[in-house]
Each structure stands twice: as structure tokens, then as C-alpha cells.
Design a protein around this ligand. Structure first.
Ligand SMILES: Cc1cc2nc3c(=O)[nH]c(=O)nc-3n(C[C@H](O)[C@H](O)[C@H](O)COP(=O)(O)OP(=O)(O)OC[C@H]3O[C@@H](n4cnc5c(N)ncnc54)[C@H](O)[C@@H]3O)c2cc1C
Ligand code: FES
Length: 302
């Protein structure tokens, strides 16, 4: 049975490399931050599920750009004002978590500081590919693990715009990992939370309430869209297969260039020879789940 979507000649947003000004860098709980960057051309070119590469200036020890999903794009409001409806987006918003040197330095950014921003990048959740399947489904199920939530807000807005039902399953280690949910409230019918320590929502992995939902509604058709750590994606894909639903995954991998040149972000996909590898930065980050080889390769001992 194949659910693979046809990835044809899709329209990518035009990529730009600019020095972008920090408008705001707001701390949230659990070492998460919301970073607003003034980048009108990139904000207007962004499509759901795409990402940006951020380079910190003046830090020669953090040479490589860091990949970040584009969480949101929004108009810039003048001080004390709300932007008018329909105003063009000028802000690229990134939702990030401190995990190492680069993100620790990002957390120190203040309004008026600058970063180098290469965006928008990658093949995201593109409506011409998934909307026909979403329309033929009863509901779109977004499944997020931790900071994977950052890839799903723009797709959920797009699904809402198409007038389709949707639900978000969101899991983390503790309640401090479950950030950004209020932004989804306008778009999704229900938000189902899970934490490994039971501090909020279901106790355990997010795939537990997901499985319960799929098992309880076997007569319905769903489209799954997932982003999170490898193990969570793999478990989600296994559930999608077991219950017979199409699934799109937004993958993460270490990245060097973000432009398809270094091949550092390649993952194993169905195929042979060169066709057995695809780049997360270019062919992805969004893939049809069936196309990805989920068994990790053994690295040969030398
Ligand atoms: C397409 C894509 C989208 C992403 N979107 C977001 C986002 O929206 N918000 C966010 O906070 N993070 C996101 N990430 C992960 C983010 O790029 C890394 O957390 C960041 O580069 C770490 O930089 P660092 O210098 O702080 O940590 P480092 O010192 O480089 O690494 C610290 C730890 O993080 C792990 N790590 C580093 N890079 C990655 C990576 N790419 N994938 C998985 N683990 C990694 C390392 O193995 C190490 O354990 C995304 C990654 C990709 C590929
Ligand atoms: S990061 Fe260089 S090819 Fe993807």
C-alpha cells in the first residue's frame, strides 16, 4: 500500500541571505526563546515547514549556521499598535531551545543586535502536495515532540485556512518542554498533551494518546504531520502504518551548509546507489514517511 505524495515541481520560496535585526528575543519556560527577526523579503517568501539558517556574527568559534524551523511570520507592529489585518509579514519568528554553545549565544541576543539569516530553505509542508489528501481525510493530526512543535504552526494555519479539522498531539519530557501551544489554539480543535514525567497531560510518550485516538476511530481517515526526535517520528510512522494513514515527517539532522552542497545532512531513503540518500536541507526537511528508511545504519568498525 503506498500513500506517498507526488513531489513534483513544487514552488519553493526564494531564498535570501541578509543581515537581520533582532526585534525581540523573549524568554519562555524551560530554556526556550522566541526570536523575532526583521526580514521582510524572507518572511514574505516563507512557506509552511521551511527553515532558516542563523549565523551569529562576531563569534568565530561558532562558524556554522544553525538550522531553525520558521515558527511564524508576522507583520511588524509600530510601538503600541497592532498591525492591520492583511498587512504583509516582515518578521521571521524562531522558537528555539538552548542545547549547546550556539543556542546559548542566541539567547543573549538583544533588540537591535544583528544575525546573518539565510531563508527560507527546504521542501516544507506544501499545500499542493498534501491538501488533496487532507481534504479526503476526516481530520489532520499534527504530532510534535519537544522543539519539533516549531515546524507545525504555519502548516496548522494553512490547514485551518482550508477549513479542515485538525488536532495537535504534543509531547515532551516535562511540562517545560510544551511551549507555543497558545499559538495553535486558534487553528486546531483540540490539543492533547503528554509528558514523560506526567507533569502535564498523559503520562508517557505522545504516541500513547495518539495510538488510543487512532485505535478508537478506526473508521476515520487521517493525515498525520509529525516533527520531533527520530525515535518519536519512527514510533509515529509505525502507528500510521499500522492504522493505514498517510504520514508526512519533518526531519532534523546535523547540518553544515543548509544548501545541498556538503551532503552532511543526508538520510537513507528508499532507492539504490546515490538515490538511496536524500538531503534533509534540500529534498527535506519534509518527507513522505514511507520514503524514509527508519533503521539506523550500523557504522562499520575500522
Ligand atoms: C531542519 C531543522 C530545523 C530545526 N528547527 C529547530 C527549531 O525550530 N528550534 C530549535 O531549538 N532547534 C531546531 N533545530 C535543531 C537546532 O538546529 C540545534 O539544536 C542547534 O543547531 C544546536 O546548536 P548549538 O550550537 O546550541 O548546539 P551544539 O553544541 O551544536 O549541539 C548541542 C547538542 O544538540 C544536538 N544537535 C545539534 N544540532 C542538532 C540538529 N540539527 N538536530 C538534532 N540535534 C542536534 C547535538 O548532537 C548536541 O547533543 C532544527 C534542526 C534542523 C535540522
Ligand atoms: S547541510 Fe549541507 S547538504 Fe544539507
Amino acid at each position: 500500500m503506498t500513500f506517498c505524495l507526488t513531489v513534483g515541481s513544487v514552488r519553493m520560496g526564494k531564498m535570501h541571505n541578509v543581515i537581520a535585526e533582532v526585534v525581540e528575543n523573549r524568554p519562555l519556560i524551560g530554556g526556550h526563546f522566541l526570536l523575532d527577526l526583521y526580514a521582510p523579503r524572507q518572511a514574505q517568501a516563507t512557506r509552511p515547514g521551511q527553515f532558516a539558517m542563523v549565523r551569529l556574527l562576531d563569534h568565530s568559534d561558532v562558524l556554522l549556521r544553525r538550522p531553525m524551523s520558521i515558527f511564524d511570520v508576522r507583520p511588524r507592529a509600530a510601538a503600541g499598535q497592532t498591525p492591520g489585518n492583511g498587512a504583509a509579514p516582515e518578521i521571521i519568528q524562531l522558537l528555539y531551545k538552548i542545547v549547546g554553545r550556539g543556542t546559548r549565544l542566541m539567547a543573549l541576543l538583544k533588540p537591535g543586535d544583528q544575525v546573518e539569516l539565510l531563508a527560507p530553505l527546504g521542501h516544507g509542508f506544501f499545500e499542493e502536495e498534501y491538501l488533496p489528501i487532507a481534504r479526503a481525510s476526516d481530520e489532520v493530526l499534527h504530532v510534535a515532540g519537544g522543539i519539533g512543535i516549531a515546524a507545525l504552526l504555519l502548516p496548522s494555519r494553512q490547514v485551518a485556512k482550508a477549513g479542515l479539522r485538525q488536532r495537535l498531539f504534543f509531547g515532551g519530557r516535562t511540562r517545560d518542554d510544551l511551549v507555543g501551544t497558545e499559538d495553535f489554539e486558534n487553528y486546531v480543535g483540540e490539543i492533547v498533551l503528554a509528558t514523560e514525567n506526567g507533569s502535564t497531560g498523559h503520562k508517557g510518550f505522545v504516541t500513547l494518546p495518539l495510538e488510543k485516538y487512532l485505535a478508537g476511530h478506526q473508521e476515520r481517515k487521517f493525515l498525520l504531520m509529525a516533527c520531533g526526535p527520530w525515535a518519536m517520528l519512527r514510533a509515529t510512522v509505525a502507528l500510521a502504518e499500522r492504522y493505514g494513514h498517510p504520514c508526512l515527517v519533518s526531519m532534523e539532522n546535523r547540518m553544515g551548509c543548509g544548501l545541498g552542497v556538503c551532503l552532511g545532512c543526508s538520510i537513507r531513503v528508499e532507492g539504490t546507489g546515490h538515490a538511496a540518500y536524500e538531503r534533509v536541507c534540500t529534498e527535506g526537511p519534509v518527507f513522505c514517511a514511507e520514503h524514509v528508511i527508519w533503521e539506523k545504519e550500523e557504522i562499520p568498525k575500522i
